[in-house]
Design a protein around this ligand. Sequence first.
Ligand code: COA
Length: 159
Amino acid sequence: MILVYPGSFDPITNGHLDIITRAACICDKLIVAVGNNENKKPAFTVEERIDLIKASVGNREDIKVTGFTGLLADFAKREGARAVIKGLRAMSDFEYEFQMALLNKTLEPDLETLFMMTSVHYSYLSSSAVKEIARNGGNIDGLVPECIKDRIVEKLTCR
Ligand code: COA
């Protein structure tokens, strides 16, 4: 079974990596799909975000990292995915994710959405929080994968 894990990943955090690692255990192939939320102004280009995810995940045959444009439902269908998987951090994520799941189901009735609870250590984490801490000289140790920490700090502090 193929699952798609979509997101902005601007940038990937340890919370995302937790979902990626656990989701990969319950499918044959996980596609990490980097898209743009039209309501957000990303700090990293799609290519940069893909590179950061690849560096964090390492070389694994069961995980593909790619960008997508257009509708998630169309992308998932093209890739032959059975379901979309999303992480839920708190009840506050639920309303938005519920709406997205229903919209995607309307667009593509055969496409399911699965939710995985984020590990408790990362339930407070978001990409925006990481960016705000890094831009203001704070310590992002433990919030993002160690191997990409310096690249994130460099990008967000050199202006
Ligand atoms: N750990 C840490 N953070 C997490 C997390 C986890 N496990 N799960 C979610 N988040 C955070 C993200 O960091 C992000 O934080 P931010 O708001 O500070 O950037 C936030 O939760 C939500 O981000 P994400 O899950 O990436 O969703 P998104 O709202 O940015 O959506 C797309 C991105 C690409 C998936 C979405 O816009 C999309 O599907 N676009 C295609 C168009 C489409 O089909 N739309 C639907 C029909 S209208």
